[in-house]
Each structure stands twice: as C-alpha cells, then as structure tokens.
Design a protein around this ligand. Sequence first.
Ligand code: DON
Length: 307
Amino acid sequence: MKSPIPDYLERVLENARPNDSGAPANYIETLANADTSKMAVALAMVDGQIYSAGDDKVEFSIQSISKAFVYAIAIEDSGLKRVLEKIGVEPSGDAFNKLSLERGSNRPMNPMINAGAITAHSLVAGPEATAKERTDRILEILSKLAGRQLQVDEEVYQAELRDADRNMGIGYMLKAAGVIHGDPREAVTGYIRQCSINVNVRDLAMMAATLCNAGIHPVTGESIIPQTSVRQVLSVMTTCGMYDAAGDWVSNIGIPAKSGVAGGIIGALPGQVGIATFSPKLDERGNSVRGVAICEQLSRDMGLHMM
Ligand code: DON
C-alpha cells in the first residue's frame, strides 16, 4: 500500500540518499559485498496497515535485530526470573562484541550485546533443548511475527561461521563463568544462525508493530509475545538497542530501536507504529548511516519522539 501522503516515504528516502558515508560490515564476506545503493523504509501501523518505499522486497540478514525477539522467546521459555539471573539490563557503553561481564553479578550486561544475546539464545526452548530445537523455534516465532515463512541465508551463515573466533571466545567466556551450560560452540553457532535469517523491511516493520501492539500481530490477531515480555524487550531496546549510540538515539529520535550489521534498523513506538529501514553502510558504532537519518526525519515529521 502507498503512503497516505503521496510520495512521502519516497521523499524521505531521497533526502537520506546523498549521505554516502560509512561502510558495510566487513567482517562477514557476504555483507562486505552488499549492494550499498539499496535503500528501503516501511511503516506498519497497529491496525495492520503497512506502507513502504524503495527496495522494500530486497532481503538482508536480520543480524542483531533478532536479539530483541530472541530475548522475548527466552523469557517465554525460561521465565523472566531465570533470564534476569543470567542477563542484566544495563547499557554497556561498549562495542556489541566486547568480551565482558558485569562486575559483581558476573552476567552479560544486557541482551543486546553479543554476550547477552548468546546467553538468551541458550535459554530458548528450555534446558534440555537440542541446538536444532532452539534454532527451529526461533525461526518459527520470527516467521509468525513477519507473517510469512522466513529462511536462513546459508551463505551469510557459512561466511560468519568462517570468522567466528570472537563470538566463540565470548561463548567460552560464558561457559567458564557458569552463565551458559552445555557446549558453547553450539550456543554460538545457533546464535549465528539466528542472525542469518533473511527479512525485508516489510517483515521487520510488522515484527516491530507486533511489539507496538502488546505482542498481538496486527494482521493475524495472534498473541505471539506476552505483554510483560514486550515491556521488558522495549525497555532494553530503549537503553541498549543502539549500543554506544543509545543516548544520542533516544534524545534525537526517542523510539525504542534495534539495529543490525546488515544495515537494518527497527523502531517500535508503543500503541502507534513499527518502523523498519534498510541501507547497508554503517557508521563507526555499527548503525546504518542512512537508516538513522531516515528514522530521524520520520520522528521529526510525525512527532514520534516519546517525550
Ligand atoms: O555477532 C555478530 O557479529 C553478528 N552476527 C551480529 C552483529 C550485529 O548485527 C551487531 N549490530 N549492529
């Protein structure tokens, strides 16, 4: 469906296009070779209307945006109490892939950095689950949120596995600290597989809109995430979703959000709208340059800042 204001979303994209700064993620071969001219935006309303513009059918890997939803699944499967025993909720102010644990509690600081996300992945489908059961469950829930069957991009998955030393290091650190149990390589490969699920901006906008709609899918009406988990997810997205740019993001744009290294960003304004953008070139903090600019303009034009 077209935007209610003719060409509005197209104009927002064209405003962002001249900024050609940044670079695609270079540590995953497939992402390093991405077509950086691609750009898209989608808005999904809580009543199920969806508007999009640009390369809205182009698929890219969900990467770290998956962390928000897998955190919700971990809460569902292991309970909030256990999840909070294992993963904190404080912003780290560090890079997403830092090998770090919270001083005192010995937990990963939050579920949006890799240490917390690998832990959340390990808490999916309960303590007895096999690696396959965990990744199958994640793919199933993410597909329900998107409203269509999603697939893993095997090329992205294999490319990231070839260069997974740092995440493997995080996995072994978590095992040594007693945060995760079982084989850390399984938790890390499962986490990389979850990051390799392909989406387009329309999928992501609908997934974000489900968060905005208290966990109920705006089109299918299915209750996918309990409201208490949605509250938890949106809280950590607000404080930690944009990594060490979280403070700038909240003050400028004011929407709970999450970015991924393939160039996707989601924003979720409760009760109103789920936003998704795509453009592969990233700034030094790992967030899409044009994606941030698009979200800035949408927030300004539509008065989306939560304050
Ligand atoms: O752990 C990694 O390196 C990636 N698969 C996901 C990282 C990511 O998307 C960070 N986000 N900006």
